[in-house]
Design a protein around this ligand. Structure first.
Ligand code: GLA
Length: 400
């Protein structure tokens, strides 16, 4: 009998895996960090859940409300983690219930190290206990950070938490957040559903902020760091270039460019602004259905840079039914005139074996920000792109 029990136990451990098919398209939601940092409490989180529904974001696909760092209080005498009693007096379960009652899903944050980046208790040594609590509370998504992890092997640390989550029996999306330090794209596919590829984003289009021991990065800097990673991403295992800064202080053009490029990259769309006080422009960017469709396309192929010169970049992304998304990005500080002759080009995606041959096939063009059909690829495409802005198109093969 004893032998059987031991065998069963071993079998259970061996069989631990990642919960599959939880993120067949890039996860969409909201996270507290970019706007609120450590200044969070249950009222703010509830307000964001309300706003996600009222703003129409839920209707276009956003579903996770994720509390980032600083929700934690102390561990109890048995080692179970408790929420900060002042900020979350009703407890996490009640908050999760509230979020679920709105038809949304609930996400939480922890860290593989002794402490979180904000200095709260981390999960190191408590992985199985923490996973149990998360499941008991009704957590649907865990972001797992990488501070205070000196001497740890990243792959093993994330594997341990993956197994702990799996043992709870509750399907929980697992978001690996070790900033790309240990090349998670090489080992993350069977461990998590998404992995950060870079350090933290900041609300700036083109800059680097040096904090001494670490740096935070502008949108263009993060975009450049995605080079070479697209072959690793796909349904249920995404590159994560960090959360959105839309509505957090950049210009409308910059926010539009940022959002468009994250859609071209098949990036998780995790808003990071105050959803209860959005300008009309911010709301229109975050809820543009046709742009979101590019991100949520079922092929799950990350886009690629086809051309770059003098601040202009042209990106392509293969979509279902031989459609393509095309994004003209103006990184420069001046407007750029574009005269793009489709007939001169054959766009080849050799990684995913896709081709758009404009010499032999005509496509209809839809401008996704103007929400207008604008002709076909038979004619030269002419446009002026304002500084730090984009033109984003969807091409559809024309029926003969
Ligand atoms: C790290 C992560 C951020 C955020 C903070 C919280 O810097 O990369 O996204 O979670 O920790 O302290």
């Amino acid at each position: 009998m004893k032998k059987i029990v031991v065998l069963l136990f071993v079998a259970a451990i061996v069989q631990a895996q990642k919960f599959e098919k939880l993120a067949l398209t890039p996860p969409m939601g909201w996270n507290s960090w970019n706007k609120f940092g450590c200044n969070i409490n249950e009222e703010i989180i509830k307000k964001m859940a309300d706003a996600m529904v009222e703003s129409g974001m839920k209707d276009v696909g956003y579903k996770y409300i994720i509390i980032d760092d600083c929700w934690q209080g102390k561990r109890d005498s048995l080692g179970f983690i408790q929420p900060d009693p002042e900020r979350f007096p009703s407890g996490i379960k009640a908050l999760a219930d509230y979020i679920h009652s709105k038809g949304l899903k609930f996400g939480i944050y922890s860290c593989a190290g002794w402490k979180t980046c904000g200095g709260r208790p981390g999960s190191r040594g408590y992985e199985f206990q923490d996973a149990m609590k998360f499941a008991e509370w009704g957590v649907d998504y865990l972001k797992y950070d990488w501070c205070y992890t000196e001497g740890l092997c990243a792959e093993d640390a994330y594997l341990t938490m993956r197994n702990a989550l799996y043992q709870t029996g509750r399907p929980i999306v697992f978001s690996i957040c070790e900033w790309g330090n240990n090349k998670p794209w090489l080992w993350g596919k069977n461990i998590g559903h998404l992995w950060r590829t870079t350090g933290d984003i900041t609300n700036c289009f083109d800059c680097v902020i040096d904090h001494g021991t670490w740096k935070s990065w502008g949108v263009m800097q993060i975009l450049d760091m995605q080079e070479g990673l697209r072959s690793y991403a796909g349904p249920d295992h995404w590159n994560d270039p960090d959360m959105l800064e839309v509505g957090n202080g950049m210009s409308v053009n910059e926010d539009r460019a940022h959002f468009s490029m994250w859609c071209m990259l098949s990036a998780p769309l995790i808003a990071g602004n105050d959803l209860s006080r959005m300008s009309q422009e911010t709301k229109e960017i975050l809820t543009n259905k046709e742009v979101i469709e590019v991100n949520q396309d079922s092929l799950g192929i990350q886009g690629f840079k086809y051309f770059e010169k003098d601040g202009l970049e042209i990106w392509f992304k293969p979509l279902i039914n031989d459609n393509w998304a095309v994004c003209f990005l103006n990184r420069s500080t001046k407007p750029i005139e574009v005269n793009f002759n489709w007939n001169n080009c054959v766009v080849v995606d050799s990684v995913f074996n896709k081709e758009a041959n404009f010499k032999t096939r005509i496509y209809q063009i839809r401008d996704l920000w103007l929400k207008k059909d604008i002709g076909t690829t038979e004619k030269i495409f002419y446009a002026v792109i304002p500084s730090h802005d984009v033109i984003m198109l969807r091409l559809k093969p024309k029926k003969k």
